[in-house]
Design a protein around this ligand. Structure first.
Ligand code: CA
Length: 364
């Protein structure tokens, strides 16, 4: 008798464990992964992935999101910290978080797996309280940064309009956006590094690629390798006239001579502008599946642009849902990764801000 009961207990126990395990697999969300592991795993199909999910939270004004070849996620925070998979790996003391400035763009070299080169754009304080920006190259190995080398120095800086986006193009050149540093005429001055898109060739020589920019902060290439950029238009009481431009080498994008729909001799009018009454305050730009996506700071939205017969069509998503959006990048899993910028002094931080959020563009 005792033996029978004992056997029954064993059998029922086994069935209970088995059924609860099966049930758990069906109903439980995926287990949180360890910090050291990447949260990004390429999936067969993205149709099973929800529209949005928070990847990391409690960040302080993240600026650039960069995926490393092993799918680890690197984030710069404006105050000078660099995080990998959310863990702070360094705090660069040379960075000065002044107004909109600080540690801004980051980009890894196309041959990163061989040379471990990573480039950063940051604001610093020079003698006489002079605010400047520079692009540097460092070596990233085993989550450690070393060997700072200055690539381009003394880019005019100011409390506002520091540009700061870094991205390698399909041509393996590094593209760098600079702002007018609140001195608009510098954008038209070809001898100044302000208000430009600069290009660094593989031998690390930097020259002006396009000029007449006010404060571009987003770069992306389409499937044909054509470069596009987002740019902040006028600010203050008169806002609006933010721009989406097709960037061609040597061209003049008009600031401060022309704005919005205006045309000028030898100047490019944007493909699209936000109009005089709407402000996107556009930042990071990404391209995926024939479509551009960019973040809006003051616009507090994710914007999508589709070019239909060369004509841009604009749509906005998540209006006022996540607050200010800075960067938008495409992950190796074909998901968009966006960063909020609600801790930058101009937002209304909510619980958990700032965040990195994954967006399934298939479900927009
Ligand atoms: Ca322009």
């Amino acid at each position: 008798m005792m033996r029978k009961i004992f056997l029954l207990v064993i059998v029922f126990g086994f069935v209970y464990i088995l059924s609860s395990t099966l049930l758990k697999n069906k109903t439980s969300p995926p287990l949180p992964e360890k910090q050291s592991q990447s949260k990004v795993k390429p999936t067969k199909t993205n149709s099973d992935v929800g529209l949005t999910s928070v990847v990391y939270e409690n960040l302080d004004t993240p600026w650039a999101i960069v995926f490393l070849p092993d799918n680890k996620l690197l984030v710069t925070e404006r105050k000078g910290t660099v995080r990998i998979n959310n863990k702070v790996i360094t705090d660069l003391p040379q960075v000065a978080e002044v107004g909109e400035g600080g540690l801004l763009g980051a980009a890894i070299h196309p041959d990163f797996e061989k040379n471990h080169f990573i480039y950063f754009y940051y604001t610093y304080s020079a003698r006489g309280d002079n605010t400047l920006n520079r692009v540097i190259r460092m070596t990233l190995e085993n989550d450690r940064l070393s060997n700072e080398k200055i690539i381009v120095d003394e880019i005019p800086g100011a409390s506002n309009h520091n540009g700061g986006r870094l991205k390698f193009g399909p041509d393996k050149n590094l593209y760098i956006t600079t702002g007018d540093a609140q001195n608009p005429s510098q954008a038209q001055d070809k001898t100044s590094l302000a208000g430009k898109i600069l290009r660094m060739t593989p031998d690390e020589k930097v020259s002006t690629y396009s000029y007449g920019h006010r404060n571009p902060q987003g770069l992306a290439w389409d499937e044909k390798g054509q470069l596009y950029a987002t740019e902040h238009g006028r600010s203050g009481l008169q806002s609006g006239l933010d721009e989406f431009n097709k960037i061609i080498e040597g061209k003049n994008y008009g600031w401060p001579t022309i704005e919005g729909e205006e045309t000028g001799n030898g100047m490019e009018t944007p493909l699209l502008n936000s109009g005089a009454n709407d402000t996107w305050a556009p930042a990071g730009l990404a391209f995926y599946n024939g479509t551009f996506y960019f973040g809006g700071l003051r616009g507090q939205a994710l914007y999508r642009i589709k070019l239909v017969n060369g004509k841009p069509e604009l749509k906005e998503y998540f209006k006022n849902e996540f607050g200010r959006i800075r960067d938008v990048v495409l992950g190796p899993d074909n998901m968009l990764y966006i960063s909020t910028s609600n801790q930058d002094g101009r937002g209304n931080p909510k619980l958990g801000d700032d965040k990195i959020i994954r967006v399934n563009s298939e479900k927009l």
